[in-house]
Design a protein around this ligand. Sequence first.
Ligand SMILES: *Cc1c(COP(=O)(O)O)cnc(C)c1O
Length: 431
Amino acid sequence: MVSHSEPPKEDLAAVALEHKIDEANAIINGTTDTSKVHELDASKLVVTLADPNARQVPDEAAANAGLETICTDHMVTASWNHQSGWGVPELKPYGPISLMPTASVLHYATECFEGLKVFRGFDGKLRLFRPNLNAKRLLMSTLRISLPGFDPVEVEKLVAKLVAVDGAKWLPKTRPGSFLYIRPAVIGTQPQLGVQAPKEALLFITASFMPRMDSPAGGMRLHTNPEDMVRAWVGGFGYAKVGANYGPSLLATNEAKARGFHQILWLYGQEAYCTEAGASNFFIVWRTKEGKLQLITAPLDDKLILDGVTRRSVLELAKTRLAEEVEVVERRYTIDEVIEADKEGRIVEAFAAGTAFFIAPVSQIHHRGTDVHIPLGENDSGAYTAKIKSWMKDIMYGNEQHEWGLVINEEDEAAAGQKRKREQDDEAKRE
Ligand SMILES: *Cc1c(COP(=O)(O)O)cnc(C)c1O
């Protein structure tokens, strides 16, 4: 259930979002009039398999060496239009999608996306990490840009289906400890210019290789944003994973890279609150002036930052497993507080956390002529950073059985796939 508190009625954006959320809840609770519009329904999935011999699986290094993201054999698509609702979802060979040059997404940034990984466990099993949270966030982002709602459980099922079909070949049991990156996205496809909510949309899901980014040599170096630039603002949409947040951030990121840094540490407001590091959440372990050990990160309530699945998991693990040692704090804190803590020798560790970067130790923050150097411990990581990371890894790769690790049933899929393939071949012979 998507929940919301009542905004004041004069608050147009909040009221509009509230209506959208009510619509989504009606879908989730099955109280919409389904006689007219079809809901997204993963059980109706139509499967067309690719020729399994058409493409070879590269090794990880080769897969990430080129200029192109290498996807698996299949993708999932589902289209929507405002009259009939969601069409039948399809799982089909990976390939181009076709859009008119006047498609809404190409002009008005009606796009949102998700990123999650599927892991090949050391026990041979395939696991998704808390995919329900990604599916819910996709719904939230979708509604924020006036694209159609859906039951997030159906998206979760479609993701599971894709990885069940492609897992055996693309993430084989001979490669335990590796992962693929899953990218669901929703775009407005209506071919009509004019700023309006699209009456047609497309959901698609791909799975691909992605380089490991969790341990840059010497730690991650962050550069704060230029004084005249922000990533997100109160009243904006920084909390939604919408494409419109990312394109405009590249200018600063590229400049930081040219100066030898990895990512921007995005500050906000006159006070220069620390918010996020690139497209990942940011954490510091420090001692307060009183000597208390704290894990601190920016809060969600001002809607500036993304409610990361990794962020949430780090907080939950720290609260349960480090409760004796470390106080977990979500509050606004400024770059000046960080610089002061550094001068007083109170910074213990820092790291960036997100699906793509996983948990990446941070070794430096550069802010307008001042440098904060954060010592890395053994193996280029702080001890708490390493501990949290290893707990997460254990869950992802099945060393620890945990409810966050959703095991994918590949066996049924393999049998069903062989049957389907035979049927497809028979059909081809008859034609
Ligand atoms: C995706 C993203 C994150 C990380 O979220 P996860 O769910 O942990 O992957 C953090 N910040 C931004 C801006 C993001 O786009």
